[in-house]
Design a protein around this ligand. Sequence first.
Ligand SMILES: Nc1ncnc2c1ncn2[C@@H]1O[C@H](COP(=O)(O)OP(=O)(O)OP(=O)(O)O)[C@@H](O)[C@H]1O
Ligand SMILES: CC(=O)N[C@H]1[C@@H]2OC[C@@H](O2)[C@@H](O)[C@@H]1O[C@H](C)C(=O)O
Length: 386
Amino acid sequence: MNAQLTKLVQLADQPSRRIIGLMSGTSLDGLDVALCRCTGHGATLDVVLEHFATVPYEVEFQQRLRAISQPTVQLQEVVLLHAEVARRNAAAVLNCLQQWGVVPAEVDVLASHGQTIWHAPRHQHRRAEFGHHATLQIGDGDHLAHLTGIVTLSDFRQKHVAAGGEGAPLAPFADELLFRQPGTDRLLLNLGGIANFTYLPADGGPAQATDTGPANTLLDHVVRQHYPQQTYDAGGYLAAQGHVHAGLLAALLSHPFFAQGFPKTTGPELFSPTYLKSSQAKTSTTSLPAPDLLATLVELTATGVAQAARHYLGPQPTAEILISGGGAHNATLLAALGRHLPTARLLSTAKASVPPDAKEAILFAVLANETLAGHPTLSLGKISLP
Ligand SMILES: Nc1ncnc2c1ncn2[C@@H]1O[C@H](COP(=O)(O)OP(=O)(O)OP(=O)(O)O)[C@@H](O)[C@H]1O
Ligand SMILES: CC(=O)N[C@H]1[C@@H]2OC[C@@H](O2)[C@@H](O)[C@@H]1O[C@H](C)C(=O)O
């Protein structure tokens, strides 16, 4: 047998594996790198986060990534970035390992989400001649495996799509293993570029998950436009100075996404500057002061989350809402969520020993661990050998 395959089988057979989860999400702020010790699998899984870092993307690279998520992109740029994202991410991993005093040979697996450049569930692409969902992540796994010397699992979403899913959210598969608490209704709310949650019912019923709308993607856009020295509204300070514009909020909420049934997924392709601009044009709010725009967008996020929470949990949800993602640091957003869901308990995922900024990267380490050692029904991702 090819010695690499022998090693792979041994890896899958070990009682525990050291796996690095890599996530760069829709905010394009950087690469999250989570080195995890995963022991066991499925219901017996135990995950210890050994090290975590966010390696920021330079502004110029963020702009290139943002530019290829446009319908008019040059195909060559996509091809170049497929390799470049992988090369940068490999370098980031090697750098982190050096800083942590870990050599690559001490890591068993890399679990790489890649960069979503276009997410096209059926309700979004609306192409009658192609009745299926589709999604695309770049940052090739073979490059990562070759450049780091570490077995790499990547491209986790395609099998979900092949089986009829939208390719997202994948979080429920790992949330189930990390956060299930019998007797407690739990909602795992991630506030990244897009807001999404997993609902784990108290009675042990199946995990359910959905995206709820934008979280930070449009907030960041407005901040970049009006405050060129800043990339986001730290702490929600600017939004706290503004007032919600009811007319603009109503126009934003009139997008068909919010009326569509659950579950559903989305991305910055839909919640784009064009969507914001056209809602502003419809309501004559093109010169609304930036703090008012931010306050209105915060309210939009909170309204989307609350609407979805009530759909799954009833009119007065009392669940524990464990929050993760960069939006967990936005006090104005948390206050808005508190107003919309006054009976719920808003907490951080830290309550369940998962640092909120590391959660999504840990999810991909967990998914890779299940693919290698778990039940065959949960085997997402492609395997690249160094
Ligand atoms: N201190 C802070 N205060 C307010 N907002 C913050 C803070 N830190 C980060 N953020 C917001 O969080 C965003 C990054 O969040 P995160 O890394 O969770 O997103 P992501 O993983 O890219 O998105 P997604 O989960 O949708 O793929 C930043 O772009 C910023 O808007
Ligand atoms: C297609 C895609 O990359 N979707 C991401 C994105 O970021 C948040 C939300 O939109 C969610 O649908 C998903 O990520 C998480 C990790 C998921 O699949 O559960």
